[in-house]
Design a protein around this ligand. Sequence first.
Ligand code: HPA
Ligand SMILES: [Zn+2]
Length: 330
Amino acid sequence: MPLPKAELHLHIEGTLEPELAFELAARNDVSLPYADTEALRDAYRFTDLQSFLNLYYELMTVLRTERDFADLADAYLARAAAQGVRHAEIFFDPQAHLARGVGMDTVVDGLWRALGTSRERHGVSTRLILCFLRDESAESALATLDAARPHLDRITGVGLDSAEVGHPPAKFREVFEAAAALGLRRVAHAGEEGPPEYITEALDVLGVERIDHGLRCLEDPALVERLARERIPLTLCPLSNVRLRTVDTLADHPLPALLDAGLMCTLNSDDPAYFGGYVGDTFDAVREVLGLDGERLRELARNSFLASFLEDDEELRARCLAEVAAYDLG
Ligand code: HPA
Ligand SMILES: [Zn+2]
């Protein structure tokens, strides 16, 4: 049995494996500009975040029906369960679907078919987090939140993703205020490619409770000290950082430095179909390459449950924390 863990930084569209992409393309009569899955996998050579996003948005055009979203999420949940995930807080990008004529109902109802039955079917509890695309306008984000209103019983929070540089968090002040007024939890990608100031702005202007990525906090010692003091969780994604060239190699990843600085780090997979591994693979890789010992891995797993939005299910959180504490890490 793998180490129990929660996954807190996972874009459901980023779990679209080449095999499923081709299956959905055939089902929906969408043509992909790749001969086969091998040719597609061959295109997974990224130079930065944007080069990945281009393929990410291109490939998700195969997602058209409720059933497609259900199949996508179900495939992720099965994989996650096999790697020890007990709870998953899952991002989705509605604007990328609305823009191509796929409605909010289709997306949320489809995802929920898998998420709403996941606990019984896979032993994985789930939450849904709606992300705004930061390279779209603030007005578009507000319209998206409005379109999500009928579905808020199934949406736990809002996030902010897509191309970071040039799109500071403050651009989305109004929509995050509106989300807070609706009782939604708040997170944001910050300090992945953008500067440390974006992390501070996400905390102070958007009121986020977690920072997604946040690697570049290391450039600002006062910020690192604040993040440690306030126990702000960072949802780190080391395999993503390597593939998007944020760090040169996994061996260069600053995870050990972040842990040594007392930060509340969690490990996540981001877009596992594109970045070469799911969250269990990520734990294995940092253990092997960064030489983290068993107690560090236990700390990362414990943090994932502490940083999760499980306030409405403290019983599950306590059970998972007890399992993490008792787990034999050899
Ligand atoms: O890693 C990411 N960063 C920003 N936006 C994203 N959208 C999907 N994955 C990512
Ligand atoms: Zn991400």
